[in-house]
Design a binder for this molecule. Structure first.
Ligand code: PGA
Length: 235
């Protein structure tokens, strides 16, 4: 299974390094061989040899150039980073990334052979409009994305569940995942208020191949426990 920690704008370089060391030690000691990803802030990227794969939360669709405030492929190459998160709702909604920009970024990093964790998710308003509207909306977030890309990992994260403590019911997650699986055969993660208290049951659901965790992953101990749950599930 795939267990991913999105650290967002948290942890300095020193804190990230301590966090990664702690999680790595746990995975080694307990012989956990799930796919574990950690996405630190850009300034905390580093080389890492071990069970954890470090990925970028974002990078511009360029090798380098005049894009003030952005990092590009060269900055990821420096640390051997070959995994990137694209389409996260905070980048769509807070930073204003359009589907066109997102698709361009996807295309660029696909050409570079990156593993791409691609996020989609609906607002509460869309969800309340019913299943058909919701599926149509989610499909629009897949526009311009190569769903056949062999290094694609899809993450379904309802926007209203991110950082709010709210989650869809387990039945809703299963139903949604099974519908998305018909569109795309890539591994499919669930994200949005996953915590140690609900991770085990979410991981066990049909159509769930892993989890993408934000706030709860900031506690290394909690994140390690979630990795252990996945390991014990033997899915
Ligand atoms: P959350 O964030 O776990 O804090 O809800 C998940 C995410 O944004 O990936």
């Amino acid at each position: 299974m795939i267990i991913a920690a999105n650290l967002k704008t948290n942890f300095t370089r020193a804190q990230t390094s301590k966090y990664v060391d702690e999680v790595e030690k746990f995975l080694q000691t307990n012989n956990i061989c799930e796919d574990v990803f950690v996405f630190p802030a850009a300034s905390s990227l580093n080389t890492h040899n071990g069970k954890i794969t470090l990925g970028a939360q974002n990078a511009y669709a360029t090798k380098n150039g005049a894009f003030t405030g952005e990092i590009g492929l060269d900055h990821l190459d420096e640390f051997g980073i070959k995994t990137i998160l694209i389409g996260h709702s905070e980048r769509r909604h807070i930073l204003g990334e359009t589907q066109k920009m997102i698709a361009e970024k996807f295309h660029f990093y696909k050409e570079q052979g990156f593993r791409i964790v691609y996020c989609i998710g609906e607002s509460l308003e869309v969800r309340e409009a019913g299943n058909d509207v919701m599926m149509e909306f989610l499909s629009s977030q897949l526009e311009g994305i190569d769903l056949e890309y062999e290094k694609l990992i899809l993450a379904y994260e309802p926007v209203w569940a991110i950082g709010t403590g709210l989650t869809p019911t387990l039945e809703d997650i299963t139903s949604l995942h099974l519908q998305l699986k018909k569109k795309c055969s890539a591994p499919l993660l669930y994200g949005g208020s996953v915590k140690v208290t609900n991770a085990k049951e979410v991981l066990a659901l049909d159509g769930v191949d892993g989890i993408l965790v934000g706030s709860a992953a900031l506690y290394a101990e909690h994140f390690c426990t979630m990795c252990e749950y996945a390991h014990n599930l033997d899915k």
